[in-house]
Design a protein. Structure first.
Length: 337
């Protein structure tokens, strides 16, 4: 049994607490820390079976009974807390992104050198049953050599303009998952990125310096071409699809729905809309990624997504922003550490 501490009791912290308490078998939560810890959150933690809460995450790092930490706090704290936790000898699961600043990610990489600490980055979509099935078909050679990879990712509603102004922008907040998915399905890194983008959903997002609609083309190292399309607002729900077309065929996945029932009447043929948002769509994948993290600790194996897997989508996100600003294709090699 691995004893863990949760740092950050916001939305994603609650997701991981819920999955560990209800689904992950070989882990137990001793402490949840959040600088804004209040009576309501503390009572919620107790209802989940976690009796110890605190406002100071350093209590978790100093506790010899805690083997690992899950960093679920605000993005600007991910890299510094990662470094502190590594130095404290705690295994680390860090929510994406590690940081928006490449130099700060490098500090985490340096801290991990000569360390026995396990480090995993939270790109949960790799653990989704649909995307795993697509990946497995590619790895098994069923579609031959990948030629075209398509990823569609559209949120059901846009974030506030205030959030857009501090999130790092769509490419480092939302599309970062899709950059990781392209790497996952291609089995290699990206070479070059070109973006066409617009503000079509909410003018306030544009006023905050961000975009809300984009089509991104990517040249991959294995020669495949990837296409990502993003929108901050799909009125029908959370649109999450992927396709890999290759020399021998194609594999694709559709959206998850409440049911596969299709109603056929004189008025038309209708089915369910996609599940509404990420909590409904990806809860099982959140549990599975933590299970893999715990397994790596217990069996002393590599985590499925290490610190470099956290770095590379950030490089892609920065390249995408540069492509928008300079209206040209940007090579990943231009984004240096």
């Amino acid at each position: 049994m691995v004893t863990v501490g949760i740092i950050g009791a916001g939305r994603i912290g609650k997701v991981h607490t819920t999955s560990i308490c209800n689904i992950v078998k070989n882990a137990t939560i001793k402490t949840i820390a959040d600088p804004f810890m209040n009576e309501e959150t503390a009572e919620w933690a107790k209802s989940m079976g976690v009796t110890h809460t605190t406002k100071d995450y350093k209590e978790i790092l100093a506790d010899p009974e805690i083997d690992a930490v899950l960093i679920c706090s605000s993005t600007n704290t991910h890299s510094p807390i990662s470094v502190e936790a590594i130095k404290a000898g705690k295994h680390v699961f860090c929510e994406k992104p590690i940081d928006h600043d490449i130099d700060k990610i490098k500090e985490v990489i340096d801290a991990l050198k000569d360390s026995k600490v396990k480090y995993q980055v939270g790109f949960n979509r790799r653990f989704d049953h649909n995307f795993e099935a697509v990946k497995n078909a590619v790895v098994a050679g069923k579609i031959g050599e990948p030629h075209i990879i398509k990823v569609t990712s559209r949120d059901p509603e846009p974030p506030s303009a205030e959030y857009a102004a501090v999130s790092g922008g769509m490419f480092l907040d939302m599309t970062i998952h899709d950059f990781d998915m392209v790497r996952f399905l291609a089995g290699c890194d990206a070479e070059e990125i070109y973006v066409q983008s617009a503000v079509l959903v909410d003018p306030a997002i544009g006023e905050a310096g961000d975009v809300d609609t984009a089509v991104i083309t990517i040249k991959m190292e294995n020669g495949a071409i990837a296409v990502i399309d993003n929108s901050r607002k799909a009125v029908y729900g959370y649109d999450q699809r992927a396709e890999v077309f290759g020399s021998k065929g194609m594999v694709a996945t559709a959206n998850d729905t409440e049911s596969s029932a299709v109603l056929s009447t004189a008025d038309g043929v209708t089915g369910e809309k996609p599940l509404y948002f990420f909590l409904e769509r990806y809860m099982q994948s959140f549990a599975k990624e933590v299970n893999c993290f715990i397994d790596a600790i217990e069996h002393n194996t590599d985590t499925p997504l290490g610190v470099l897997d956290g770095l590379k989508p950030v490089l892609m996100g920065i390249a995408a922003k540069k492509s928008v600003e300079e209206h040209r294709p940007v090579k990943i090699s231009e984004i240096t550490m």
